[in-house]
Design a protein around this ligand. Sequence first.
Ligand code: AMP
Ligand code: ZN
Length: 185
Amino acid sequence: MSANSWANGLIKTLKDPSNHIISSNLAVVISDKYRKAKHHYLVLPLEEIPSIFNLNRKHLPLLEELHLLALNVIEVKSENVENFKIGFHNQPSMQRLHLHVISKDFISDCLKTKKHWNSFNTALFLDYKDLYRQLDETGEVKRLDSATLKTLTNTELKCNQCELVAKNMPTLKQHLLQHFNGDDL
Ligand code: AMP
Ligand code: ZN
């Protein structure tokens, strides 16, 4: 295990079976410890794959398995797949490949910063299907260059459910709550 114990937090969580919501012989689903929405799960392979940048074409069947488990956890929670985003961060911070399964409400006290928001709501979030296609077509997942990462991280706060551009995170969070409550906007 690397010296960076913080980045290994997911691996620690993964090693305790009591944290497994669902598992197969290839992968497990855990809850995100700092969920950024009402529902936020992570699907991790048991194989020691550090990140999306270590994937090649031979991993395509494993990715299909991760996606299947993502769909399973949504079903187990009696939720509708249409209300979820399933994909990877283009700039992951934690070790071990992990597929995010997150509900589109984005109601959570842990959702605090512009970086949090934009990591799920700009091209910093790579939809499962897009990553799968990229891997299938090119045999690898390309890193975004640092200028693009910076631009995406600093993108204005656009609502994911209407045309609103919020001036700051508290305003956006208040607005998201109104969507969630079904208020007229
Ligand atoms: P990423 O930016 O894709 O690397 O996302 C890492 C995710 O792991 C974040 O959504 C964190 O909230 C979550 N996380 C961090 N530490 C843990 C942990 N020990 N157990 C479960 N989830 C964690
Ligand atoms: Zn809105």
